[in-house]
Design a protein around this ligand. Sequence first.
Ligand code: G3I
Length: 422
Amino acid sequence: MQGRPLSFRHRTALAVGAAGLMAVTGAVFLPGSASAASTLGASAAERNGRYFGTAVAAYKLSDSVYQTILNREFNSVTPENEMKWDATEPDQGRFTYGSSDQIVNHARSRGMKVRGHALAWYSQMPPWAQRMEGAPLRQAMLNHVTNVATHFRGQIDSWDVVNEAFADGNSGGRRDTNLERTGSDWIEAAFRAARAADPNAKLCYNDYNTDDWSHAKTQGVYRMVRDFKQRGVPIDCVGFQSHLNNQSPYPSNYRTTLSSFAALGVDVQITELDIQGANPTWYANVVNDCLAVPRCNGITVWGIRDSDSWRSQQTPLLFDNGGNKKAAYNSVLAALNNGQPQDPSSPGNPSSSSSSSQPPNPGGGCSATVSLNQWNGGYVASVRVTAGSSPINGWTVSIPQAANVTNSWSTTRSGTNFANVD
Ligand code: G3I
C-alpha cells in the first residue's frame, strides 16, 4: 500500500525520515534547497495554512501602490470600517453593503480570506442604535447580526462577532455599555445568532489589551471563553488586536496568553497588529509566538503603509508612506520563513492539511506523522509511518520538489524525492 504524500516546504537544510512502527521502518535523509517564500502571505500559508492579512479600506483599492502591495503580500483582509454597524445599517432595517461587498469581492477573487469585523460593538453604532436601550436594542442587535452574517454567508473565514466588551483596568469585568445593559447574556445571544446565520464561519470574540496574560482584562476574557466552551455557546476563536506601543508593550508572556486560550479549545488570531515605531524585534516576537501555537491561525496587521494607519504618527506598520518595505517587514518575513514548515500532523488546527495524522484506512491501513527538530537555518523532519491492525506490504513517502533526497537508510529510494519500503 502507499503512504499518503507528506508535504514539506522549508527554507534550507536537512530533513530526515525516521522510523516506521510495527511492520515498517524506514528513513530518508534530505537536505532541502533554499526555498524561502518572498511574500508574507505565501510564507504564512506554508506554515500550516496560516494567513497573513491586513485591514483594508475600500476607498483605497483604487490607489495603485496600495493595491499592488495588498495583492502581492497578503492572503487575508479585514474591512477596516466597512462592515461595522454604522456602515451596514445606517438606518434601522436599511442595510447597505456596497463598500463591504467591494472588499470581499476583491479578496475572494484573488483567493484571499476575509475576516468579518465586527457584528456587535458598542462603538461605531449608528446614531439610531446609540439612542436605544433594553429589549428593543437587544432585538435590533440580534437582527443586525442575523442580517449581516446572512448577507456574507459562506464568504467569511472568521467573524469578530463581538468586539471590545470588556472593561479596561483591573476589574476583569464587562464594559458598561448600552449593549451590556440589555443583560450580560447579550454576548452569547450574538454568537448564537451568528452561528445560525452562517454556520461555517469561525466565530471570534475580539478585544485589545488582552495580550498580557497577567492582566485582569485578559483573565476576564479567558473566564468568559472558558464558560462559553463549558456551556456550549458557539465560540470558535479569540482575536487579540495587539495594538502595541510604549504604554502597552509586547509582553514576554504573550505566547502563554495565546497557548492558554488555545488550550480552551478555540483558535487564536492576531487581528489588528501594529507596533509603535514598528520595532522589528517585537514584530518578530509576535510572529514567532503565533507560529509556536498550532491553533494560532494567522496574523492581521492594521493597515498597509504607515499613512494608512489609524495611528499614522506612530509609524507602526510594515511599509512606509511610499510603500517601501521597512525593517519590520524584513523581520516579519524572516520570522515567518524561519518558522516550522507545514506540519500535517499538527493537532487542533482546522486549517492544517492533517491527512497524515489520521489513519487513512483504519484497520488495514497506515498513518503517518511528521515532527520537526529545528535550528537556525535548518531542520530534521522525522517521518513515522504506523501500520494499522494488519501488516503493510509497502509504503511510499513523497517529498515535493522543494526538497532533494541525498541520503537514506533502511529504505529504497526512487528518484531524488521518494523513499519506499516494502
Ligand atoms: O468616513 C468618514 C469621512 O467621510 C469623514 O470625512 C471623516 C471625518 O473625520 O471621518 C471618516 O470616518 C472615519 C473612519 O475611521 C474612516 O476613516 C471616522 O471618523 C473614524 O472614527 C474612523 O476610525 C476608525 C476607528 O476604528 C473607529 O473606532 C479607524 O479607521 C479604524 O482603524 C479603527 O479600527 C478599530 C477597530 O475597528 C477595533 N479595534 C480598534 C481599532 C483602532 O481604533
